[in-house]
Structures are given as C-alpha cells and as structure tokens.
Ligand binder design. Structure first.
Ligand code: FES
Length: 164
C-alpha cells in the first residue's frame, strides 16, 4: 500500500538530514541533498514532489535544483514503483553471457516491460542498467540493491521466490 505523502519531512528524515548537515560547512547546506533524497526515497519508495519541496526548504536551495539532482541519478524514482526493484545489467560483459536473455525471461515471467511495475505492486523492473560493476559474475542483476550474479532462469526463480 502506498504511504500518504506529507507536506513536511518526517522526524526520521529530518534526523537523517541533520546528520548529513553536520558533515559539511554551515554555508554548504545543499551538500546534504543526496542524503536527504535517499532518506525520502527509503520512506516512500520514490520521491514525491511535496517531499522534495520540503527538502529544498530545509536546505535553503531552489526546488528546481533538488529536482535536477533527483532526475540525474538513476537510483532515484520520481513516480511510485513496485515494492521490489529489479535491475538487470545488459551492458557488454552481461550481454555476452546472457544478460539480455535474463531480462527477457523476467519480462515474460512478470508480464511487464522494462520501466514498469507489476499490477499487484510487488515488482518493479527498472530501465535497462549500464554496467553495475559486477562483470566477473555476469550475467547479473540487483534486487533491492543486492547483487545476484551468474544468473540462470532457475536462479532468477529462486531469488524472486524469497521476496515477500
Ligand atoms: S557489464 Fe554487467 S556488471 Fe558489468
């Protein structure tokens, strides 16, 4: 179930941002923007605009500058997505060892295309990823940022079966 978006940052996010702010000079508050965005995404599963606006306010920076950071990095989601994020690498090493076939298998198994979430909101198949620096275990994927390597269709099935 999607969490209702609040206009203000939660106490937990405020604490996280304050923690980041202690690590930077007082006149460089914007340096905490990545940490703040991570905390918001951890709480909501994506970055609601109201929350990015609240972060901009807290860091005394223009909201557009927060949106720019959020839209630059592929680890941030700007729309609600499925609970479990799956990112299959299809870059060179993985492609040579069956990464595209693994992606095709997942698309078929979950009945979605890259960039989509399943209707039940359980899985999100992230847009095709560039090299995730796990080439020696190609083909590989990340599920909720955990690396799984030397994939086979059976291994993909096993991994998905462990997710609630
Ligand atoms: S090419 Fe897939 S992890 Fe490097």
């Amino acid at each position: 179930m999607t969490k209702t978006v609040q206009k203000e940052l939660s106490d937990h996010v405020q604490e996280q941002v304050s923690d980041w702010l202690q690590r930077f000079p007082k006149d460089q508050k914007q340096s905490a923007v990545l940490g703040g965005l991570h905390a918001i995404q951890h709480e909501y599963g994506y970055l609601p605009v109201d929350q990015m606006d609240a972060l901009a306010n807290k860091l005394e920076m223009p909201a557009i500058a927060v949106y720019e950071v959020a839209s630059f990095y592929s680890m941030f989601e700007l729309e609600p997505v499925g609970k479990h994020t799956i990112a299959v690498c299809t870059n060179l090493s993985c492609m040579l060892r069956g990464g595209e076939e693994m992606l095709g298998y997942l698309e078929s198994k979950l009945d979605i295309k890259c960039g989509q979430s399943t209707a039940d909101g359980k899985y999100y198949l992230k847009q095709e990823e560039e090299c995730l620096a796990g080439c020696c275990g190609a083909p590989m994927m990340q599920v909720n940022h955990v690396y799984y390597e030397n994939l086979t269709e059976a291994k993909v099935d096993e991994i998905l079966d462990t997710l609630d």
